[in-house]
Ligand binder design. Sequence first.
Ligand code: ZN
Length: 158
Amino acid sequence: MSALVCHGCGQHFDPTEVLAFACPAARPGDDVDHVLEPVLEGRSWPTGRESNPFLRHRSLTLASRLVDDAVLVGIVEELDAAVAQVDGAGFRVTPWTLCEPLGCWVKDETGNVAGSHKGRHLMGVMIYLRALEVCGRLDRRRPLAIASCGNAALAAGG
Ligand SMILES: [Zn+2]
C-alpha cells in the first residue's frame, strides 16, 4: 500500500483519495510545512528495460495508483512524443561514465531534454496531472504553482 505522508504533521493519506498538492490538515497560519511525500510500500524496484525512464519506473509513480498500466503507458508515450516534437528527442535513460581522474562514476545529464535534469521534474508532474485528468479528478479552475526560478514555470504554463 502506498501513502502520502505529510512531512509537517505526520498524517498518512491514501493517494487515491487525496491529491498530492496539499496536506488536507494544513491550516492558514499554523506555521507547519505540510509537504506531502509519497511513500511507496509493497513495490519492488522495476526491472524493465524501457529506454524511457518514465516508462521503466512507472510502477513507482503516484499516477500508477490512479490509472491502470495500459492507460499510464499511453499517457507517458503521448507526453513524451509532444516533448520530442519540441526538443527533438524525448526522455531517455542517461549514461553513467567512469571518470578516472575523479575516481568516480558520473551521470551525464547533458543529453536530457533541453540539456538539463529539470525537465524530468516537470514531466513527472505532467504525468500525474494527466492521470488526474483521465480519471476525472483534475480541477482546471485551480491554479498551478511551480516553485522554481522561472523557466520551469514558463514551460509548465505553456
Ligand atoms: Zn500535514
